[in-house]
Design a protein around this ligand. Structure first.
Ligand SMILES: NC(=O)c1ccc[n+]([C@@H]2O[C@H](COP(=O)([O-])OP(=O)(O)OC[C@H]3O[C@@H](n4cnc5c(N)ncnc54)[C@H](OP(=O)(O)O)[C@@H]3O)[C@@H](O)[C@H]2O)c1
Length: 257
């Protein structure tokens, strides 16, 4: 694979996505920075990237048609087919979206499941389908790396639909690793524990912060750059044999020996 790959990082307005975009740009790749609506933040991500040829693309992954079209728009913006896709965008565990079953009405429960599955599972599946079909069409090898979560394995009692939507992603990646290997496409998943992004800063600074940090015997949470360096490696030619794997990135806060 050439040193300047065309990489699409979804959800790169901030947090883990922005760090992933930076890692690929520092490696010499050309990055399509995707956001849903945070255009100013996306532009600031693009402006912060070393190298040239990077671009901003927008799409609401809650709209399956828009999600399916995103890859073609990224290709047009980068001037070459996307050969690395990082599925990072998603609705995460914001307190306002909590839906613990004992305190959630049937209507709220249904709304949470529909929203998490529509964006995190269906939207991501549409992007991935479009990207991998295009690679098969043009005869190029490629990589897909998805950001899953530790919650798939440990449970998310306050956010069951979130964990299930990410479980769909873990499972899709395993199946695609098998289905797409004959086409030279490797697919892997990372399962981060708590990561210090802008979105969770309030929680880390609150009274709950100490317990969250104590989850790991390192006494801290993960950093976006730690996720980004793992994703960069998983997308490297050296890591093709990780296809089908889920890499835990949780500072020994949840073990699956
Ligand atoms: N932070 C953690 O502790 C942690 C732990 C495990 C896994 N993860 C996963 O890692 C990923 C990034 O986490 P983060 O904390 O960096 O997230 P974040 O700060 O909430 O950023 C989420 C990104 O996804 C985009 N997005 C959200 N809904 C979207 C939609 N409907 N269509 C298109 N894009 C959408 C957002 O775009 P806009 O800004 O334009 O809305 C934003 O760029 C998420 O998938 C999350 O589930 C995070």
């Amino acid at each position: 694979m050439s040193h300047s790959r065309a990489v699409l990082v979804t959800g790169a307005s901030r947090g883990i996505g922005r760090a992933v975009a930076r890692a690929f740009a520092e490696h010499g790749d050309r990055v399509a920075v995707h956001v849903r609506s945070a255009v100013a933040e996306g532009e600031s991500t693009v402006a912060s990237l070393p190298g040239e040829g990077h671009a901003l693309v927008t799409a609401d992954l809650g709209d399956a048609t828009a999600a399916a079209e995103l890859v073609a728009r990224a290709e047009a913006a980068l001037g070459r087919p996307v050969t690395v896709l990082v599925n990072n965008a998603g609705i995460a565990t914001t307190p306002a979206l909590a839906h613990p079953p004992a305190e959630t009405s049937a209507t709220e429960w249904q709304a949470a499941w529909e929203e998490y599955l529509r964006v995190n599972a269906l939207g991501t599946a549409m992007v991935t389908h479009a990207m991998t079909r295009r690679l098969i069409e043009v005869g190029l090898p490629g990589r897909v790396v998805s950001i899953g979560t530790r919650g798939v394995h440990r449970g998310e009692p306050e956010f069951p639909a979130y964990a299930a939507s990410k479980a769909a992603l873990h499972s899709m990646d395993a199946s695609l690793a098998v289905a797409l290997a004959p086409h030279g496409i490797a697919v892997a998943t990372v399962a981060p524990g708590f990561v210090e992004t802008e979105r969770v800063r309030d929680r880390l600074d609150s009274a709950a912060g100490e317990a969250i940090r104590a989850d790991s015997p390192f006494g801290r949470v993960g950093r976006p750059e730690e996720v980004a360096s793992a994703v960069l490696w998983l997308a490297s030619p050296e890591a093709v044999w990780t296809s089908g794997a889920t890499l835990d990135l949780n500072g020994a806060s949840h073990l699956r020996p």
